[in-house]
Design a protein around this ligand. Structure first.
Ligand SMILES: [Fe+2]
Ligand SMILES: [Fe+2]
Length: 221
């Protein structure tokens, strides 16, 4: 019963849910939430989990939760975290140990809650990986005038490079962003991402780390 991330990435129901979810979010005017986002978040979650010394199976569970976290959006945006968690249970029930199942379900259900609570490391790692995925490539193909009209699109579009670094000795998790300040001011960035960054801080604290943000080589927190 050792379900693997590679099984999930090939699962036709998962892939259909991801496709449909990204389509729904495109219609609703959201940034990219498809395979690009899920691969980035899944890779990033595993990287963070590995860097902070989580055991191998926990690293894999982090990647699994991350890959599936947004697949419930096609059933509705506001509760998409719950839909995705239940869907995971419906698709993979019986294919994974019960303890692992509930860990993954909790991590998925928690990732976009207002009253976000961390009860396991997998959920904390997922939140940092998800909330830190700000990048130009998330903006959908559209005329540049349209991109510049929407603040979320504009802020994402201005981010040309984004990376996460974990320092196990100093106990810090750093998100380093390169921002084109001709397109967006640092103030505007904060207007949009203060909430996201506070989730990252909370998640890092749960892991025993300090979260810091570096923008254009300037340490902001
Ligand atoms: Fe989400
Ligand atoms: Fe996401």
């Amino acid at each position: 019963m050792a379900l693997k991330l590679s099984d999930i990435k090939k699962n036709k129901e998962v892939l259909a849910a991801i496709r449909e979810s990204d389509k729904a979010l495109e219609i609703l005017g959201y940034t990219e939430h498809g395979l690009r986002h899920l691969d980035v978040v899944s890779d990033r979650a595993q990287e963070i989990a590995k860097s902070i010394g989580m055991i191998e199976r926990e690293i894999e569970l982090s990647g699994m939760a991350a890959f599936c976290h947004d697949m419930g959006n096609f059933m509705g945006r506001t509760k998409h975290h719950y839909w995705a968690a239940i869907l995971f249970r419906q698709i993979f029930g019986g294919a994974i140990e019960p303890d692992e199942m509930v860990t993954v379900m909790q991590a998925i259900a928690n990732h976009d809650k207002e009253e976000m609570k961390f009860t396991n490391k997998v959920s904390a790692v997922l939140v940092i990986a998800d909330k830190s995925d700000v990048h130009q490539s998330r903006v959908r193909n559209q005329p540049i005038e349209q991109t510049m009209m929407d603040i979320h699109d504009r802020v994402n579009y201005a981010v040309t490079d984004s990376s996460i670094k974990v320092d196990r000795k100093e106990k810090t998790i750093t998100l380093a962003l390169t921002i084109n300040t001709d397109l967006v001011s640092i103030i505007e960035y904060f207007e949009i991402f203060t909430e996201r960054m506070s989730y990252c801080r909370k998640a890092a604290e749960y892991l025993g780390y300090k979260f810091s943000l570096v923008m254009n080589d300037f340490k902001l927190s």
